[in-house]
Design a protein around this ligand. Structure first.
Ligand code: ADP
Ligand code: ZN
Ligand code: ZN
Length: 724
């Protein structure tokens, strides 16, 4: 039988298979092959009777890690996202299965045969075999070692010699270090409310895609868990995705308490063997629930009954690095082909998701009430322009200062939230609130310090830096961005006794420091937590009664068509942090644009009202979900090469447009970040209606595949989360 094999070479940019000879085996099988002079791993993706090549090498069957259902998903990924085989395959395989020819190798443990003395063993080995002698001494001195470590240290032939001579004893050590070992199991059984019961019933008796739209604290998690439980009873399995940042020890502990060993957790804190262990438990059916960040969508489960995506609006569900894919689309495909239900949950659904629900494509289930006896906290909006005019030049409004003082006086805690996104910043007038926007796109311009220019990230149009407000003539026009350090500084002068913690990218380089800061705040070791959007995600702090949002506008004027949507999501989420348990909460939101509709709807937590307004804006401005944005990013170390490649691609896309009908927008320009990692970046941007998109995307991929920068990269992004 001729096998068509994709060889796992990390560096190659080729996407082709090689013919090998081998026994008949299922597609997706993992094989050991000789490639050039190397022993490598490969995957069988096709079978045939004859080959045009002669004297084929042999492929040896190792195992079949990819099911036929997963293979279907793999073909979908290739087609929808133009992924290379190997990049798509790797999504399904734990790193361990790729790194090692034989994964059981690392479990084989060698000790010196203790029925004889070391002298006796040395005699058997003989002084002429020097390397073997060294290895034996090492093994004896260290009470043994893993086979793979020994081979790496002393070479395969020396270790092979010791094994042949029978001076070492082999045992299989299963070093399963439970990734959940240190997590508390706190089982918190509750009786479902009527709304929760109704949600569970609708999901259980139905099929297709559900949108669970529930305000923060409405008990969505309880609904997910009950649905999973019901599916398990039916003999099915389940996948639950959460944003990586929400995989806190508490959340994991709850799942562990409820589902015990039948849950496998895949998160970034696991090392390769832990990940492999969890993967194997899922593959063998020992664990039937996979919980994890976006990559858990590829979990090796069979007979899936439900896939749940919590916080479905979260941008982390879109993979922005190779392999690029949109987890929600992948989940939809997988659910459909497995006959499973898909549940998308959020307090602030993605515009596109909610639109589909209004169109009847998704089934909408609402949880409008909070579980706790306190309703959502009251949101107060403070106009920073009038604060500024009345002489308060600081970053805290009078209202917020007083509220912080009061909360601290009562021994309660405060969270101060500051939004900072991306690398650049918008320009704002502090006197009148004027914001510089693109004439063509009505999107805030981004200030590029190095070039002293303002740029529109959607059309590439450039504007001169402005030093005077075109609206009121004031020269108090500047970048509207402040940092967490400055907030802490000002805070400490106002409240010298307060214990302040800061959390942002700089203070949380490592994941455990993130948990450490949150843990210490939860233990009331600090009174005030100052942070970026990182602190907005679902953490429960019962003693927090005041939440202040300092830079509510920062997200609003971030140059992105989703700016309003993101702002609405952020303020809803942040506000949800106040008064979670038995104390009433208060939210103070400072803005230079108090009459902006985001705040009007945000204040009353009116998602539906906001949606109706915003979706209309998208329709008028022709942005998603009414169009799809396609960005082709070209990067090259040589500017001329980047320009040439961009021109070639642009012309090809223009040709596609000519054949298929006019796009909403098509243009080529330098990319907002012109230089990154030593490469010059250009881009072709297109906005296309969803119907046209389906027709042309294949052609666009082909066009892009035909162009290759000499030293750099080229790739296609669809509705990219960031325009940087
Ligand atoms: P969401 O995910 O919608 O923000 P959670 O699932 O975190 O809400 O629920 C909020 C709080 O209410 C949690 O502390 C949870 O344990 C509690 N809770 C959920 N359902 C119930 C219930 N039926 N009875 C009592 N408490 C509940
Ligand atoms: Zn002004
Ligand atoms: Zn523009």
């Amino acid at each position: 039988m001729i096998l068509e094999v994709i060889v796992d070479i990390s560096s190659g940019s080729i996407d082709r298979c090689f013919d090998y000879e081998g026994e008949d085996m299922p597609l997706g099988s993992r094989v050991a092959v000789e490639f050039g002079k190397k022993q490598l791993i490969g995957f069988v993706i096709g079978k045939k009777q004859t080959s045009q090549y002669k004297e084929l090498k042999k492929a040896r069957f190792l195992d079949a890690p990819i099911s036929s259902e997963q293979l279907e998903l793999l073909y979908f990924l290739r087609k929808a996202y133009n992924l290379r085989y190997i990049d798509a395959l790797r999504l399904f395989i734990p790193a361990k299965l790729r790194d090692e020819k034989d994964p059981e190798y690392s479990r084989k443990y060698l000790t010196a045969d203790d029925s004889r003395t070391l002298e006796q063993l040395m005699e058997v080995v003989g002084t002429r075999a020097q390397k073997q002698m060294e290895a034996l001494n090492y093994i004896a001195a260290n009470s043994g070692q893993f086979l793979n470590v020994l081979i790496a240290k002393f070479g395969a032939s020396a270790i092979g010699g010791l094994r042949e001579k029978g001076v070492v004893v082999e045992s299989l050590v299963h070093e399963r270090t439970s990734p959940l070992g240190s997590i508390d199991r706190v089982d918190k059984r509750v009786t479902l409310t009527e709304a929760q019961r109704n949600a569970v019933d609708r999901i259980e008796s139905g099929s297709g895609v559900f949108l669970l739209h529930g305000v923060t604290g409405s008990g969505k998690t309880e609904v997910y868990e009950t649905v999973i439980e019901e599916e398990l009873k039916k003999g099915k399995s389940a996948i639950m995705l959460v944003p990586e940042i929400s995989l806190t020890p508490q959340v994991l502990g709850l799942f562990r308490a409820r589902f015990g060993d039948s849950v496998a957790i895949l998160h970034s804190g696991l090392n390769a063997s832990e990940r492999y262990d969890e993967w194997k438990r899922l593959k063998s059916g020992e664990a039937r629930i996979a919980i994890g960040a976006r990559s858990a969508i590829f979990a090796p489960l069979e007979n899936i009954g439900v896939i749940i995506i919590d916080e479905e609006h979260d941008s982390s569900y879109q993979s922005e690095n190779n392999p690029r894919y949109d987890t929600k689309r992948v989940a939809e495909f997988r659910a459909r082909s497995a006959g499973a239900k898909l549940v998308l949950g959020s307090a602030t659904p993605d515009m596109e998701t909610y639109m589909r629900a209004t169109e009847g494509k998704y089934q909408l289930i609402s949880l409008p009430e909070r579980i706790s006896k306190f309703s959502l906290p009251e949101m107060e909006i403070v106009d920073m322009v009038s604060e500024f005019r009345s002489g308060n030049k600081g970053m805290f409004s009078v209202t917020l200062k007083e509220a912080i003082g009061e909360a601290l006086g009562r021994g309660e805690q405060v969270m101060l939230f500051l939004n900072r996104r991306g690398f650049a910043s918008f320009i704002r007038c502090r006197e009148c609130g004027y914001i510089a926007k693109c004439e063509d796109c009505d999107i805030s311009l981004t200030y590029h310090m190095s070039e002293h220019e303002l740029k529109c990230h959607y059309c590439g149009k450039r504007y001169h830096e402005i030093t005077k407000c075109p609206n009121c003539g004031s020269d108090r026009i500047k970048q509207g961005k402040i940092g967490t350090e400055k907030v802490v500084e000002e805070l400490l002068t106002l409240f010298p006794k307060a214990r302040v913690l800061r959390m942002d990218r700089d203070t949380t380089g490592r994941k455990d420091s993130y948990f450490k800061i949150l843990g210490s705040f939860a233990a009331h070791e600090a009174d005030i937590l100052v942070g970026t959007q990182m602190i907005a995600k679902g953490h429960d702090f019962g003693n927090v009664t005041l939440v202040g949002i300092l830079e509510a506008d920062a997200a609003l004027y971030f140059s992105d068509y989703r700016a309003s949507e993101r702002t609405f999501q952020l303020i809803t989420q942040v506000a949800g942090r106040a008064g979670r348990a038995d104390k009433k909460g208060r939210v103070i939101l400072q803005t230079y644009a108090p009459r902006h509709y985001v705040f009007r709807y945000g204040k009353s937590y009116d998602y539906v009202g906001f949606f109706k307004k915003e979706i209309n804006t998208r329709l008028v401005t022709k942005f998603p979900p009414y169009t799809k944005i396609v960005r082709i990013l070209v990067a090259s170390s040589d500017e001329q090469d980047a320009v040439d490649c961009t021109k070639t691609v642009y012309k090809a896309v223009q040709q596609i447009e000519k054949e298929r009908g006019k796009f909403v927008y098509l243009g080529a320009a330098r990319s907002p970040i012109t230089r990154m990692n030593g490469l010059i970046r250009y881009q072709v941007m297109a906005r296309i209606t969803p119907e046209e998109f389906a027709l042309v995307i294949g052609d666009i991929y082909s066009a892009v595949d035909g162009v290759r920068p000499k030293d750099g990269s080229i790739f296609v992004e669809i509705n990219p989360q960031s325009m940087a």
